[in-house]
Design a protein around this ligand. Structure first.
Ligand code: ATR
Length: 278
């Protein structure tokens, strides 16, 4: 019997990663055998570690914080999403050529539109944060044709730079786009607020006013954890109609990576239920 294909998730830190568990559930569903491990990569050694993995016969890798930009730089073939985000979370060896994809945005959109059943089309979207997480999801959100996208950030200049990267496409498709600081927001304006900052990890209050949401608003935290985050607490105070964390995004982005590697679409609902109950 042939040895199973080898996959890894590369990051630093990496102990917390649920990817091995998720991908092994996907493989069981489809009835294939894969080996998927966590790979802790020292800062500064990304290209060495990833080269060794692929040279030893590795077939695919997920890449997480803080290496998504290095994964983009390392890859030889890049999708348009990777080119736009300048970040990759999925690498695939195709006859020795390393191809890169970014499945984060597809994962977010599938969770919001498919699982939560909240259509983004014609809605006013607020994205908070302007780091790599926002870069990965901005274009896929724009492709859903919302009414408007505003990106705000503690450092407004970074939000401005990000919005510039989608301005042409937004003009072409009739989506209003704007950027600003955390306090440049009007009351009652937003139908969907996505937290793409890393501030949920801290205990600080989430830095937004509590009158921003429209009546049926969804507040979505790209972070996932068992505990309430500063963002989900804010969302309760802001009377969000619905609050969601990033577990669905995590599973959906994994499913898209799995599809790229194995050509099969796993049942994500079943995996989400197991993770929620675990
Ligand atoms: P990632 O790649 O995960 O997006 P990042 O590039 O370090 O990480 O970006 C983190 C984001 O969270 C940034 O938008 C950061 O704001 P600044 O650009 O002003 O640094 C935001 N962020 C982090 N901590 C924050 C806090 N306590 N309040 C508000 N924004 C915060």
């Amino acid at each position: 019997m042939a040895a199973p294909d080898q996959y890894v998730v590369i990051g630093n830190p990496i102990e917390h990663s649920k990817s091995p568990e998720i991908h092994s559930m996907f493989a069981d569903q489809i009835g294939i055998s894969i080996e998927y491990k966590k790979l802790l990569c020292p800062i500064g050694d990304f290209s060495k570690v990833v080269s060794e993995f692929f040279a030893s016969g590795g077939r695919g890798a997920n890449v997480t914080v803080p290496f998504k930009l290095e994964a983009y730089e390392y890859s030889m073939l890049r999708s348009s999403r990777v080119e736009h985000a300048k970040a990759a979370n999925t690498l695939l060896s195709k006859n020795g050529v390393i191809a890169a994809e970014n499945t984060d945005g597809i994962g977010l959109v599938r969770d919001i539109v498919g699982n939560i059943e909240f259509p983004i089309a014609d809605q006013s979207v607020l994205i908070v944060g302007s780091g790599g997480a926002t870069r990965g999801v901005l274009l896929p959100i724009l492709e859903e044709r919302p009414k408007a996208i505003m990106v705000v950030n503690r450092t407004p200049e970074k939000a401005y730079q990000l919005i510039k990267t989608i301005e042409v496409e937004a003009n072409r498709t009739g989506v209003d786009v704007a950027s600003g600081g955390l306090l440049d927001l009007d009351d009652g304006e937003f139908d969907l607020v996505v937290n793409a900052t890393s501030s949920s990890l801290s205990d600080e209050l989430f830095p937004l006013g509590t009158n921003l949401l429209g009546r049926k608003a969804l507040a979505y935290d790209m972070m996932y954890g068992k505990e309430e985050t500063s963002f989900t607490k804010w969302a309760q105070h802001a009377k969000a109609h619905k609050v969601a964390d990033g577990l669905g995004m995590l599973v959906e982005q994994a499913a898209e990576s799995f599809f790229l590697w194995c050509g099969e679409r796993p049942n994500t609902q079943a995996v989400m239920e197991i993770l929620r109950s675990g």
